[in-house]
Design a protein around this ligand. Structure first.
Ligand code: HEC
Ligand code: HEC
Ligand code: HEC
Ligand code: HEC
Length: 407
């Protein structure tokens, strides 16, 4: 945006809408995105049914809080027939009065507020709104459309006076936008990965005569602005901390019930120091560090077989548990520590079945009990499995592993 502003001078920044997150428990992200768009100086923002997912009063509250300029010309309160957010806005960009309006599809489910809202037929709403904006002095008109690709294009062709349309709602990326009659259409793709630039050339009456559009991926070569980087980082840190807290509470709740749960190898080592010492000579003890080294320690698909009791009671919930519950430990083979009483007197047999829970499929299609057990059995301290590892573990990383109970 900064470089576009520098090169073109008269620049308007718009967002097409559809920025509320997909998951129910992610209201924080909705807050954050609206704050961030405000900081970025977004001049107009469209609305999709996503923004209605927590109800219309939630959206109204956020608009009031952030003063973000949301526009939608055909989303009406069923009772009052008034638009839920302003239908359009006219903004002076340099010397040009630009009108921006939004449209939402009349074929979508409006979620919790479906009964209290009504969507006006888009073409009729567009004709009325374009005329009103022109009357009020807008010489350039921009549509933030949530009608999908085909309907956005049809509408731009049917309603004269729209200079640029931003096509949204499951619209695939088209790198170079195209002309639909006299309208420049842009297709910036999904998930905010692209910045789409529409350039309009104006005549002396400040009306658009030609235009073109191109979308650019926001890749690593686009420099970060320190202010925004900090905003994102602060949000992510706080969000991560919140999730961590929730998980801790969840884990505490499941263990507090007195149900069986995992304890971690450090405890076992206090009494079984010989087995613990031997275990440290096997690659099972560094299975977590392996994931850290290959940078997959935050990938949920990889974690289960490389830690103790993933997402189970007392087990590994997230990276914060790595020092205590990272790696393949005693309890992976012997069962939850709280069942110790039971397995001490009537030991749960460790069988091939125990091993193939992890040693199977593409992770180890060649598992062989007769061959593999001796490599990790408690009387083998040769360290073969560690020395034959394919992934080299940084010795400094070992410090986060388990402390031995032998001293
Ligand atoms: C407070 C000391 C103590 C702690 C802590 C402890 N154990 Fe034990 N464990 C024992 C004793 C004592 C026995 C009884 C068998 C024996 O005499 O070796 C035993 C037995 C066992 C056995 C069965 C041995 C057999 O005879 O087949 C296993 C397996 C075992 N423990 C694993 C664990 C694991 C895993 C943990 C950690 C979750 C753990 N223990 C924690 C003291 C302890
Ligand atoms: C919780 C999952 C899990 C269980 C249960 C498990 N392993 Fe492993 N095992 C692993 C992982 C993960 C590695 C790779 C560790 C690394 O290098 O990071 C591994 C490595 C090994 C290796 C060294 C690599 C190889 O395949 O030669 C042997 C041998 C081995 N395990 C044998 C066993 C045996 C025998 C059992 C059962 C008594 C068993 N494992 C149970 C997950 C498991
Ligand atoms: C179903 C259980 C399971 C899952 C899921 C799993 N692993 Fe493993 N992983 C193993 C076992 C078992 C071994 C040991 C196999 C062997 O070496 O024969 C292993 C070994 C490895 C090794 C080799 C260690 C070494 O130094 O030799 C790496 C690296 C690894 N896993 C990474 C991953 C990554 C990355 C993922 C996610 C994409 C993943 N694992 C998911 C069970 C699993
Ligand atoms: C890869 C699986 C595996 C892991 C990991 C493992 N054990 Fe074992 N453990 C076995 C097997 C197999 C036996 C042999 C007895 C059996 O079949 O139950 C055994 C036996 C034992 C015994 C009985 C006495 C002995 O030494 O044979 C104790 C105690 C024990 N383990 C404790 C531990 C402790 C403590 C840890 C963690 C530091 C641990 N084990 C980790 C598989 C494992």
């Amino acid at each position: 945006m900064d470089s576009v502003k520098t090169s073109y001078g008269q620049v308007m920044l718009v967002d097409n809408g559809g920025f509320f997150p997909e998951q129910d428990n992610q209201q924080d992200i909705a807050w954050f995105l609206m704050d961030a768009m405000k900081v970025l100086g977004t001049d107009a923002v469209g609305v999709s049914e996503r923004e209605l997912r927590w109800g219309v009063s939630y959206l109204r509250f956020q608009v009031k809080r952030t003063q973000l300029p949301l526009v939608c010309a055909n989303l009406l309160d069923a009772a009052t027939r008034r638009t839920v957010v302003q239908p359009f806005l006219i903004k002076k960009i340099g010397t040009v009065r630009v009108g921006a309006f939004g449209l939402i599809s009349d074929k979508v489910d409006l979620g919790p507020s479906r009964d209290s809202l009504r969507v006006e037929e888009p073409t009729a709403a567009a004709r009325r709104t374009v005329a009103e904006m022109r009357k009020k002095g807008a010489t350039v008109v921009v549509l933030l459309s949530q009608l999908g690709k085909v309907e956005s294009e049809d509408l731009a062709a049917a309603v004269p006076g729209i200079d640029a349309v931003v096509c949204g709602h499951n619209v695939p990326l088209i790198q170079k936008g195209r002309m639909i009659k006299n309208t420049v259409a842009s297709y910036g793709g999904e998930q905010g990965q692209y910045l789409s630039r529409t350039v309009l050339t104006l005549n002396s009456q400040r009306r658009a005569v030609t235009g073109e559009n191109e979308s650019f991926i926001l890749g690593p070569e686009v420099g970060e602005r320190a202010e925004i980087l900090k905003l994102v980082k602060d949000f992510e840190d706080a969000y991560n901390e919140k999730l961590r807290k929730e998980e801790r509470e969840h884990a505490a709740a499941t263990t507090a019930e007195g149900a069986d749960h995992y304890l971690g190898a450090e405890l076992c080592a206090r009494c079984h120091s010989a087995e613990a010492q031997q275990w440290k000579t096997t690659s099972h003890s560094v299975a977590w560090q392996t994931l850290v080294t290959v940078k997959k320690d935050a990938t949920p698909d990889c974690i289960p077989c490389h830690v103790v009791g993933y997402k189970q009671a007392g087990g590994f919930q997230n990276g914060a548990d790595a020092a205590r519950l990272g790696g393949v430990q005693c309890e992976n083979c012997h069962g939850m520590g709280t069942q110790h009483e039971a397995f001490a007197t009537a030991p749960r047999a460790v069988t091939a079945q125990t091993c193939v829970g992890c040693h199977h499929g593409e992770n180890d299609s060649e598992f062989n009990w007769e061959h593999d057990l001796p490599l990790v059995a408690h009387d083998n301290t040769s360290g073969t499995t560690l020395s034959k590892k394919k992934v080299h573990i940084d010795p400094n990383m070992m410090k986060m592993g388990m402390k031995s109970g032998s001293n």
